[in-house]
Design a protein around this ligand. Structure first.
Ligand SMILES: *Cc1c(COP(=O)(O)O)cnc(C)c1O
Length: 297
């Protein structure tokens, strides 16, 4: 898989609310079975620059369930680079699917204590070899991540959408969308962490220049916090699959889809609105749910 612009399909979301508001889903989840979604875009410039500078390794950070970790491992393998993953916390007795996938892509996984992990802003603390190594911040955040995420909107004609919605973790993806959006488009971020109010400022700081697009963050769709879920959320995800055949994950996109439908229900979008809901991928995260919790694989 290359980093050429990938035309992810756009699919309407069926919903029982006024037909005067159309919702289209941008299916970044269909780009790759494991490296699905926004992580691919956020890595693009890191990988291209690493190759241009003749680096041999990509090094990055994440927890045992990090979509970013496995995406980095896969991207490195596809581009003939080695990869090192600094994993937060002791090595677990049983490895998560995420860690096993990362390993399968050849990633050298190094488990570090939570204290050392916290000091990772100086990578010297967690890793000695750096000459040949391109260091990617956790989650692919940073300027290159924002630049890459801006390309999410460019593969299609997206200018006619009035609203663009995405799930928000670090906010890098949202910052990219805000950079690329048209002035008339409202950017809405569904924050999946509990009480992460500092994101507003953090995202503003990622937007270069003074003329940045404004965006709004919704903080009340976290369902208990990061990677938490409720029966209501899982029921919604099953309903969504039954009516639109779109699978979502419980960490990010399930919450973003739930919020979108909830906003429709509340009449948030004026008549004639055209909403683009970005499916940021991450479906492999569902493997940590109990068997049978979801009606889709
Ligand atoms: C990482 C991730 C996000 C969050 O992206 P940020 O750029 O960190 O806000 C959203 N959706 C999925 C599926 C992800 O894996």
């Amino acid at each position: 898989m290359s980093f050429a612009p990938l035309p992810a399909p756009v699919q309407p979301l069926s919903h029982p609310f006024p037909a005067s508001v159309a919702v289209d889903v941008l299916r970044l989840d269909l780009l790759h079975p494991v490296v699905s979604g926004n992580k691919w875009f956020k890595l693009k410039h890191y990988v291209e620059d690493a190759k241009a500078q003749g680096k041999k390794n990509l090094l990055t950070f994440g927890g045992a369930y990090s979509n970013h970790l496995v995406a980095t491992a896969a991207a490195a393998e596809m581009h003939g680079l080695a990869s090192i993953g600094i994993v937060r916390g002791e090595e677990p007795a049983v490895w998560s699917h995420t860690l096993r996938d990362a390993k399968r892509y050849g990633m050298d996984l190094r488990f570090v204590s939570r204290d050392d992990y916290r000091r990772k802003s100086d990578p010297q603390n967690v890793c000695s070899e750096q000459e040949d190594t391109c260091i990617i911040s956790e989650g692919g955040a940073g300027e290159k991540g924002v630049q890459g995420a801006a390309d999410i909107l460019s593969a299609h004609n997206t200018k006619h959408y009035t609203h663009i919605i995405t799930a928000v973790g670090t906010g890098t993806t949202l910052a990219g969308l805000a950079t690329a959006a048209e002035p008339h488009q409202s950017i809405i971020g569904i924050v999946v962490l509990k009480n992460a109010f500092s994101l507003q400022q953090e995202i503003e700081a990622m937007l270069p220049g003074q003329k940045h697009r404004s965006f709004s963050l919704l903080f009340h769709y976290h369902f208990g916090g990061y990677a938490r879920h409720t029966p209501e959320l899982l029921r919604f995800m099953n309903d969504c699959f039954a009516t639109s055949s779109i699978a979502t994950d419980f960490v990010y996109t399930g919450k973003a889809f739930f919020a979108t439908v909830d906003l429709l229900k509340a009449g948030h979008f004026p008549s004639g609105s055209r909403v683009l809901l970005v499916h940021t991928g991450g479906l492999q995260g569902n493997r940590s749910l109990k068997k049978g919790a979801l009606i889709f694989p």
